[in-house]
Design a protein. Structure first.
Length: 657
């Protein structure tokens, strides 16, 4: 039996909670893996990153290199939308240790006859794993060592380039070990990292204020939404709505004739979570809409709100899935002082939990089978995290391309736990971050700390539930600079329809919309004066044209002299695309600022000239040096986005010469 390995492998990065949860990446990403690897004594080591698709039995390998102080680095690329396993294998590097020893002894004039025999023994041991082509190289090396004119020549024969190539393929792993536990990476499609979401109530897509729109009306909106530049069209629930306990306008507990009810009060005699509200259309109409959206470069995302109304078929068939009070009544939803008498929460830890969980899985897979690959989940933090881990894992078994967005405006650690459990994206506190320092700190937390390994922040500017104070008070400039922040700080962001119209009438004293379409039919004038539709369309075009804005973790903040001016940049790894964003966070006043640009990080000489083109206006600038001064006026340019390029001097050719 071989003695236990003396090699230690510690502090492997990246990993989440000691390997309890997978890290997240997207198709095509290169994953850099680092670790501390060392052993007793002075012999040299070799290490590889081993990786394979989960379930495969054969590991592929990528060589690691020593960085410094026993820290090693290697990488591998994930090329498929699936899950991969990875670990580190380390083992003594017998041949390199031998070369190191004999080189030192030769330099000191020490006879190495015995050591040459050891070198030949290492080569002979490798012969046992070599094919015919490799055997010829190894045998030639041994013969060359025997016929060399001196000991230095013998060492050279046993250490030639071809020999090293064979050794890299066939070297001994004796005395080696591998890291435990095996780590995992969830590989999503790129849309999990780079997407622009447009949220809407499909019943508000029409032209008649007295009735619900249909999927056909939504279809007519597709060209407009495509022109705005969005690629995910997210619907609030499309299911039948309870007729009893129906809410009236502005969340009134009493409704009147014609009030459509809240889409989150799901279920009636017309069906439940696998049914469509008859006013919107049929399942066939929905499938047609999914196809038409794809033709316009968009996918449909559905809202998953796991609760039932007083009329939901589940109440009739499975009352045991709900919270039953001691008096036998079923508990309705509450968020004091608010009452949600039209919604009954599900009890995910009921004694009948298995049948309930399986029904939730069936519902999701029903919509996946009908063309939906993206889901926004309403209030997931009110259900057990272990349920989501189970559900998402089971969906991904056969549908790894499905993306779940967590709508959990709750405590940070709860949000992070949901991300670890499998949600591909998460709502964030960006909605309430308004000032320079807090925006910078939050952006760095999400993209530069360990949180980035498992949580992708989807920066929504607003939602149908939330009208932030900055939008209520800041007017059109606030709508402009907030959407720039959302679209460029994160690579995935969203707006709620009406944002392009600068809709900002609140319920007095609250961050809620007055006359919200949650409680009534709406008809929008999409050409309303003062709209910023062209501004948003240009912003999304800038995003599409600049690969640096497709990445999530490359956010770097830049110092400015004015506390009202936030500046940051994003660059591709090869610096072929560098984007600088400067935002005036004050919607009322113009501000000037000094800014110090990290030219070295952009491969630009400190005192050299370079070009900066402002992308909203296409105005070119020729800048020199890292220090620049900018002025941003909320009435004219509340935000500026620059594409930065090296200034390439071309030799002048006299056309008359």
């Amino acid at each position: 039996m071989e003695a236990p390995s003396s090699i230690l492998i510690e502090d492997i990065q990246p990993q989440v909670d000691c390997g309890r949860y997978p890290i997240k990446r997207e198709v095509g990403d290169e994953i850099e893996v680092t670790a501390d690897i060392f052993r007793d004594g002075h012999d040299l080591l070799a290490a590889v990153v081993q990786f394979c698709k989960t379930g495969e039995e054969t590991w592929r390998e990528s060589e690691m290199v020593l960085i410094d102080n026993d820290r090693w680095r290697g990488s591998f690329t994930v090329r498929e939308n699936t899950s991969y396993d990875y670990r580190i294998a380390a083992f003594p590097d017998y041949h390199r240790s031998w070369v190191d020893e004999v080189t030192k002894k030769l330099a000191a004039g020490v006879d190495i006859a015995s050591e040459l025999n050891e070198g030949i023994h290492i080569i002979e041991e490798i012969r046992g794993r070599a094919n015919d082509q490799d055997l010829a190289i190894l045998d030639g090396a041994i013969a060359g060592a025997g016929s060399a004119p001196d000991q230095a020549g013998s060492v050279e024969a046993l250490n030639s380039g071809p020999v090293l190539d064979v050794i890299a393929r066939r070297r001994s792993r004796k005395g080696g070990t591998h890291s435990e536990p095996t780590l995992q990476v969830t590989v999503d499609r790129v849309a999990a990292r780079y997407a622009a979401w447009y949220s809407m109530f499909p019943r508000s897509a029409g032209t008649d204020p007295g009735r619900s729109a249909s999927f056909a009306d939504v279809e007519a909106q597709l060209p407009r939404i495509q022109e705005l530049g969005f690629d995910v069209l997210y619907f609030t629930p499309i299911h039948p709505i309870s007729k009893s306990k129906r809410k009236g306008r502005n969340n009134s507990l009493l409704s009147v004739e014609g009030d459509p009810g809240v889409p989150y009060a799901i279920g009636s005699d017309e069906g439940g979570h696998d049914a469509i509200h008859p006013e919107l259309g049929t399942l066939e109409d929905f499938r047609r809409l999914v196809d038409r959206a794809a033709e316009h470069g968009m996918e449909i995302a559905l809202d998953v709100a796991l609760q039932g109304s007083p009329e939901h078929p589940w109440l009739r068939d499975h009352p045991e899935w709900f919270f039953i009070r001691p008096d036998g009544t079923i508990k309705f939803g509450e968020n004091p002082p608010k009452k949600y008498e039209d919604m009954y929460p599900l009890n995910f830890q009921t004694d009948a939990w298995e049948s309930l969980w399986n029904e939730m899985l069936r519902v999701i897979l029903f919509w996946v089978d009908n063309g939906v690959k993206t889901f926004r989940v309403d209030n997931p933090h009110t259900k057990p995290t272990v349920f989501w881990e189970w559900l998402i894992a089971n969906v991904r078994k056969d549908h790894p391309d499905v993306i779940f967005l967590s709508e959990a405006f709750t405590r940070p650690k709860v949000m992070q736990a949901l991300a670890k459990a499998g949600f591909a994206q998460s709502y964030t506190y960006f909605t309430w971050r308004n000032f320079k320092q807090e925006l910078r700190e939050y952006g760095e937390e999400l993209t530069q700390t360990s949180v980035r390994e498992y949580m992708r922040g989807n920066f929504f500017t607003n939602t149908h539930d939330i009208l932030p104070t900055i939008l209520q008070q800041g007017g059109r400039p606030a709508f402009q600079f907030r959407v720039v922040l959302a679209a460029t700080m994160s690579s995935v962001y969203g707006i709620y329809s009406g944002y392009e119209l600068c809709e900002n009438t609140p319920v007095p004293g609250k961050e809620e919309y007055l006359n919200s379409e949650k409680y009534e039919y709406k008809v929008w004038d999409w050409d309303r004066p003062g709209n910023i539709s062209d501004y948003i369309a240009r912003l999304n075009q800038i995003r599409r044209e600049h690969p640096a804005l497709h990445e999530y973790e490359n956010l770097r903040f830049i110092d400015t002299s004015d506390d009202n001016i936030l500046a940051y940049c994003k660059a591709t790894p090869d610096r072929s695309d560098v984007v600088l964003v400067v935002v005036n966070l004050d919607p009322f006043h113009a501000h000037e600022t000094d800014i110090w640009l990290p030219l070295h990080d952009w491969d630009i000489e400190e005192h050299g000239q370079y070009r900066a083109q402002e992308l909203f206006t296409n105005e070119p600038f020729l800048w020199t040096g890292s220090h620049q001064r900018l002025r941003l006026d909320p009435g004219y340019n509340p935000a500026m986005i620059f594409s930065v390029h090296k200034w390439v001097h071309q030799e002048f050719v006299d056309p008359y010469a």
